[in-house]
Design a protein. Sequence first.
Length: 452
Amino acid sequence: MKKLPSLLSLANDLSAGRTTSRQLVSEALERIADPAGEGSRVFIKLHKDQALAAAAASDQLRAAGIVPSPLAGIPISVKDLFDLAGEPTTAGSRLLQNAAPATGDAPAIARLKQAGAIVMGRTNMTEFAYSGLGINPHYGTPRNPWDRATGRIPGGSSSGAAVSVTDGMAAAAIGSDTGGSVRIPSALCGITGFKPTTRRNPATGAWPLSPTLDAAGPLARSVACCALLDAAMTGEPLELPPPLPVAGMRLAVPTSLVLDDMDTEVATAFERTLSLLSDAGARITEIPFGELADIPRINAGGGIYAEAYAVHRRLIEERGDEYDPRVRDRILRVKDYSAADFVDMLAARDALIRSADNVTAPFDAAILPTTATVAPAIADLEADDNLYIGANILMLRNTFCFNFLDRCALSLPMHRDGAPPTGLMVVGETMGDSRLISIGLGIEHCLDTAQS
């Protein structure tokens, strides 16, 4: 995969007159339209005319000295989960095609537009965001940029978001993350993804999956790119915090649950990454983290996703045969989960979060593989329900743990050039998003230096 331009480098090119917004948008549209590419599977709806008009307006404003932010004139994609004014929010499904159009943009998207970013269109996703694999039987599944001949999953649920970035159809993408839906496709496709603390950047104005966990997050080339997008989405100043040097960084490696069942590629990349960070002066400590192993017990039966059943129960009753059967069946798993059970689960979760906070308090961050495996083949998963279910559970395991614990987390590429993409997850504390960005910048610099 070719080296992607950073948002800051694009901003510099625009500022210096080496390119224009119209040129960036036109080039992205050419890649989307390429019949040999993934554009028809990446975008559920393309905003060609609107994007070109917005690009022309951005260039005119720049010529007049009006540049609202470093994101001005840069093309981005938006997951089909988010409201865009005047369009139905279809959430990767055929069921909502005739729904009432959104009366306004989702707040995070409105702020990105105010910053000058240009929306190329709505990207494909797992129907209703309910899988970590990215397979969609309604619109097709975008193929991972790695081993495209085989046709491997992009990861989900923000599948089209990741491939829109890797294939240059957008400079960055906006996704959502409830159980890993930003970090998983970022890891499997070899880019960077950021899941903020949910209360800091909730997925407001989006089709809900689990409002307790739903967060809006960026997928892009680098930590700095994600940080700029995240700041714009939350209305914060578009300023990067200083990187934290790796030398002296205190990093915890949990040994409970999240290192089980790794495939060879992930295990090799993770061990190499630990060595690189240690050689750079990081103090890496393996820790028992029993709270992670408690999550499957506390959330037995997928209890937190009773919120998803509450959203879908009437639609399933009326039009259940129009769902992706695997999504429908997963929603129905919690049909009989009681309100009392849900209250008990939330209370146990609160206690678990307090305990987990004490475990990681002495460290700057926890680090672990984002996913336990590299991307499997689409055809294999489509052909075998049991394989699909097992792969989905394993794909979501590591990321979901830290959604459940209300943490912010980054996924950074940790594979060698030419190797199957794998991700390093760097986990911060609740509401420790800015510090996590500093830590991520330091770790990213260390890994990039070793790669060059």
